[in-house]
Design a protein around this ligand. Structure first.
Ligand SMILES: [Zn+2]
Length: 293
């Protein structure tokens, strides 16, 4: 008896386009609203689900992993997923499942069309010693990269973030996101965050409630803080002068977590700030401009 299969596709989809117009596609027992049904590479997407049938939990499946939604006061459920900046353009599916007492009471598959975004290309010329590393340094870089990847794969609960997010610095003037970097003529990893050039010592604050997932020293990031906001959402702060928090500590939205510096691989004082949403490296400026609900 796969009773839930009957409701597949029976869904009221209200797609909020950038101009704010609404479009209803059919009807059913799950009202699902996406902040965009055709997001671009690097876009965060808010998902709000309002079940018409009693449900005690809702989850979404995206890129092979399942993420919990948080129940809001009005009975709707909310989450955020991200389209990675290197996600290939094309058609994808977001699956939504509502449960009661552990049993699926309704499910729906939503088409998501991923659009290509034109990222700037940044040509950098750096001294050879800044781009070539000895074996011990390479081993450290790889170790830190895999520790970070493991951290970012955590889907912790409860979901602690809420809208709107707070800029990490008072004077928020972001540089470009996602620049395709070419260093000394060789293509490198894209710039998966934004840089905020500010005087050394400028306070850096948490963009939302969370738990410190990592506070420590890294080769590239220097003094680094990673906040785990729950449900697969992380914010990342690099090149700090000092970190004011430690591993496992709970932080509140707006709480000071450190100060701008130039530790690690930085040519001058700035904050490198990035956000991961459901595994996707997204444009932090777009995350900060998500509307309060
Ligand atoms: Zn940066």
């Amino acid at each position: 008896m796969i009773r839930s299969a009957a409701s597949v596709g029976m869904v009221l989809l209200l797609a909020l386009s950038p101009v704010g117009s609404r479009m209803a596609l059919g009807g059913g027992d799950l009202a699902i609203r996406l902040s965009s049904s055709a997001p671009s590479q690097g876009d965060p997407v808010l998902v709000r689900v309002t079940p018409a049938v009693p449900a005690d939990s809702v989850s979404v499946r995206w890129r092979g992993r399942t993420y919990p939604l948080r129940e809001e006061k009005d009975g709707s459920f909310l989450t955020l997923f991200g389209v990675d900046l290197l996600e290939p353009p094309g058609n994808d599916t977001l699956s939504v499942e509502a449960r009661r007492g552990g049993a699926v009471v309704s499910r729906a598959d939503l088409p998501v069309e991923i659009r290509e975004r034109a990222f700037p290309v940044q040509n950098l010329t750096l001294p050879r010693e800044m781009t070539r590393f000895d074996e011990a340094t390479l081993a450290r870089i790889n170790r830190e990269a895999s520790a970070l990847a493991k951290r970012f794969s955590r889907i912790s609960s409860p979901v602690m973030w809420s809208l709107p997010f707070l800029p990490p610095v008072a004077d928020f003037r972001p540089g470009p996101f996602g620049s395709r970097r070419v260093i000394n003529g060789e293509p490198r990893s894209p710039h998966a965050g934004i840089d905020l050039t500010l005087p050394e010592g400028t306070p850096v604050v948490a963009i939302s409630d969370g738990v410190v997932g990592f506070a420590g020293e890294q080769f590239f990031g220097g003094k680094s803080v990673v906040l785990d906001h729950g449900g697969g959402l992380f914010s990342v702060y690099y090149h700090l002068k000092e970190a004011a928090v430690s591993d496992g500590q709970r932080v509140a939205r707006g709480e000071r977590i450190g100060a701008v510096g130039m530790s690690g691989r930085a040519t001058g004082p700035h904050l490198h700030f990035s956000v991961r949403a459901a595994g996707g490296r997204v444009d932090p400026t777009l995350v900060l401009s998500l509307p309060p609900h």
